[in-house]
Structures are given as structure tokens and as C-alpha cells.
Ligand binder design. Structure first.
Ligand SMILES: [Zn+2]
Length: 438
């Protein structure tokens, strides 16, 4: 091995160790001091106003910088007095909320810890501006689009929405040297060829179709490598790389083109963890970048590591799979029920709302894994309200094979109480009766 390579390996090992510690400190400080309380998907504009007031009480600079289509206030937070300009914005898609409370946690914790050396370094070297919840109208009704029905992230060129005009003017007038575009991706997105959910995915957004590498993009790759290392400790294998497709009408691409190289952070979901865990991962990722931008530490990370982060994939997992169910169609019960696997997905809703489920597929599902899988081989299964067909509700009634059941009954559940009922993604009756496979 060449000496130069050995030295760079030694540096990498050192920075990895220093880094694991840094991430642990960030996790610890978030555990102790975070101010976000509501699950992000439950946060509405009135909650945002509360977070804004709390920041103002801490003497953090927060200004109303515009209004949404329906007249809701949009705010910009500013912190730090350094020469390097860092710009973040969240929730331009109303139903993509995770980063919004993470931003409030970040500014609160920075403000309260100004006696710490690493916070001083950020304060003296960076000026950080953030727009949390750029699309409050969409957030209010938990929809992607603005109140005008427009996808703000396809409005960077046409500028039809007040929200897009505002975001563009904030960048153009300030010319930040880096941007963080904060979103949520589908909860069933997976990492590479694994069946692991992509709890967070990154993209260093090119500024042209030819994908020209620039110093800013090289720096962003190093930052992503660092953020990946920091958060992967808490969820190994659950970080992916978002699809890289030139979209000039999107803000990331447009800002990168205009001289503010953008990092896209897409939060997904992680089975068994709630939304607050993902807020914490966002917080660790943001502050990892802030620290490395403030002291130049990003230079120690190998930009080629970016290419090693596996790409996002889809279609590999669903929320639930019921294997080998004997499917009964009550409208026309066959002599012999059909044995099949049932794949069921949950629709995106606020945490406080009911979670409707849909049948994604019926049949032999050899290449699809369930985050939860059940062995339904001992059961006849029929739809509670609708036949078990693709697109229908995933409401299931389970009857042990061998039981006498009149499938034509007009009041089936009452006359023939099921052994188990799966409803709204949970066992409403008979939990544990249908055996789990994983
Ligand atoms: Zn989005």
C-alpha cells in the first residue's frame, strides 16, 4: 500500500471516530433539549406560530417574509453572524413535514448552547437562514400542492404561486452558497437491493443537464458522506441516494444552476420508529453539516463515498403481506377457495387520522416483502366491505378453515363472528390468532 493512501486511510479512520462521537453528542443534546412535541404530520400553521413565538422569546431573529395563497404567514429564521450563507427551507409540499420541527429544534438548541465551542464556531462562521413550512396552506389540509393546486416544486420557472416567488426572491436577493431542500419521500422507498426502508435519502443536485461537477457540488458530496455516516449509526442500511434527474422547474435544480448548490434531504419512514425519531435524524444531519461548514471539516470526507450510497428503489416492500390465504369472494364463492398472498399498503395520512389501507396485489407475491408478514395458511379470508381485489380496502375477516360459514349471509360478522379482523392496519379482533412470520 502506498504511503499516501495509508495516510489518507488514517485520516479517514480518525475522522470516522471523531465523527461517531459528534453524532452521539448531537443525538444526546436533541434527546435532552428538543422543543418539538407534536408528531410532525400533526403540525399545522397554528402550531408553527407557537414555535415561532418560542424562538422569538429566546431572542432568535424571526421575520414574517410573506404570505401564502390563503394569507397564512410565512417566516424566515436567521441565526449566526458569519460570512458563509446557508439557506434551508422545508415543507414546500404540505404533506412532507418532518424537517419543519427539526429546524425549530436546531435553532432552539443552537441559541441555548452559545457557550459551547462548536456552537460558537457556527455562530461566527455561518449565517443560517431557514424558511420552515413554505406551503402552510398545503400543510393545513395535509396535501402536497399549494392552495392553488400547484406543485410548488415544479414552479421554480413559471412562478405562478406566491410561495415560489417568495422562495426565489429570498435566494436571489441573498445569494447563499449552499441550500438544503427538505422533503419527505414515500414510506415504502427502499435502499438498493435490500428490503430496508430508506428512512432518509440524499441527493446532491446538479445545476445542469450535463451534470457538470463544481467545487460546490464536490463540497456537498462530502457533506452528504458525513451526514450519512452520522445518521447511519442509528439506522444501519436505511440511508439511500435519491433519483438524480434533471428537472429545471424544480427548486433544487434551479438554485444549483443559479449558484446555490443544493442538497436534497428526503425523509421516508422506518418500521417500528415513530416520526420523532426521524426528526432527530434530520436534526443530526443538519447540525453535522453546519459544524463541518463552520470549521471546513467536510474536506476530510471522501466525495467518492457519495456514489457508494445505494440508490433508492421501490416496489420491493409493502406494509403487510398475508401469505397463503384462501380467498373467499362472497358474491360468488367457488367450490375451492383460491390460495393467494395479499399485499396491503397504508395510505399517507396525519398520525392523528385513521390510516386506511389498500390492497396492492393479490397472487403469488414471491418478490414482494411485507414489513409485517403473516402466515394465513390456516384461514379462509374474505373482504369486510369489498371483495379482496387490487385497489379495494385492505379490511380483512379471517375464519379458521373447517368452520361452517354461510358466505352468503347478509350479516356475516354478526352471524359468524370471525376469528380475527384486520382493520385500518391493526388487529381489531383476535390479535395473535394469525401467526406472524417475521
Ligand atoms: Zn417533496
Amino acid at each position: 500500500m502506498k504511503p499516501a493512501l495509508l495516510i489518507s486511510l488514517a485520516i479517514m479512520v480518525y475522522s470516522l471516530q471523531a465523527f461517531a462521537q459528534t453524532a452521539a453528542e448531537l443525538a444526546d443534546i436533541w434527546d435532552k433539549e428538543h422543543v418539538s412535541e407534536k408528531l410532525p404530520s400533526n403540525v399545522r400553521h397554528k402550531d408553527l406560530l407557537g414555535y415561532v413565538e418560542a424562538l422569538k422569546k429566546l431572542d432568535v431573529k424571526v421575520n414574517e417574509i410573506g404570505k401564502s395563497g390563503q394569507g397564512r404567514e410565512i417566516f424566515q429564521i436567521e441565526w449566526g453572524k458569519g460570512p458563509k450563507k446557508v439557506f434551508l427551507w422545508s415543507q414546500m409540499h404540505g404533506d412532507e413535514p418532518t424537517a419543519t420541527p427539526a429546524l425549530f429544534d436546531m435553532f432552539t438548541i443552537l441559541q441555548k448552547n452559545r457557550d459551547k465551542d462548536w456552537v460558537k464556531a457556527i455562530e461566527n462562521n455561518l449565517t443560517v437562514r431557514a424558511v420552515p413550512m413554505l406551503n402552510p396552506d398545503g400543510a393545513e389540509v395535509y396535501q402536497r400542492r399549494s392552495s392553488q393546486g400547484i406543485d410548488i416544486n415544479r414552479d421554480a420557472r413559471n412562478l405562478v404561486t406566491p410561495e415560489a416567488r417568495l422562495l426565489k426572491s429570498l435566494r436571489d436577493s441573498w445569494q447563499p452558497e449552499i441550500g438544503f431542500n427538505l422533503h419527505n419521500q414515500q414510506s415504502l422507498t427502499t435502499v438498493g437491493t435490500s428490503n430496508k426502508q430508506a428512512a432518509i435519502s440524499f441527493l446532491v443536485v446538479f445545476g445542469d443537464e450535463a451534470k457538470t461537477m463544481t467545487p460546490g457540488l464536490d463540497r456537498n458530496r462530502r457533506l452528504v458522506v458525513a451526514m450519512n455516516q452520522a445518521i447511519s449509526q442509528y439506522m444501519p442500511g436505511h440511508v439511500g441516494r435519491y433519483e438524480d434527474e434533471w428537472t429545471p422547474s424544480a427548486f433544487g435544480d434551479s438554485f444549483s444552476e443559479s449558484g446555490t448548490p443544493v442538497i436534497l434531504i428526503e425523509t421516508g419512514a422506518l418500521h417500528g420508529k415513530d416520526e420523532m425519531f426521524l426528526v432527530k435524524m434530520n436534526f443530526i444531519a443538519f447540525l453535522t453539516s453546519m459544524k463541518l461548514l463552520s470549521d471546513g471539516g467536510f474536506a476530510a470526507f471522501d466525495p467518492n463515498g457519495y456514489e457508494l450510497i445505494p440508490s433508492n428503489t421501490s416496489g420491493r416492500v409493502v406494509n403487510f403481506v398475508f401469505r397463503n390465504a384462501s380467498i373467499i369472494d362472497r358474491a360468488k364463492p367457488p367450490a375451492e377457495p383460491v390460495s393467494a398472498d395479499l399485499a396491503i399498503t397504508i395510505e399517507r395520512r396525519r398520525a392523528e387520522q385513521l390510516q386506511p389501507t389498500r390492497i396492492r396485489q393479490v397472487g403469488p407475491l414471491l418478490s414482494v416483502a411485507g414489513l409485517d408478514e403473516y402466515d394465513a395458511g390456516e384461514f379462509n379470508v374474505t373482504g369486510r366491505f369489498q371483495p379482496l381485489k387490487q385497489g379495494n380496502y385492505g379490511e380483512l375477516l379471517f375464519y379458521k378453515k373447517g368452520r361452517e360459514v354461510n358466505w352468503a349471509s347478509t350479516d356475516l360478522e354478526k352471524e359468524f363472528p370471525p376469528d380475527a379482523v384486520f382493520s385500518l392496519g391493526k388487529w381489531a379482533v383476535g390479535e395473535g390468532v394469525v401467526k406472524k412470520r417475521n
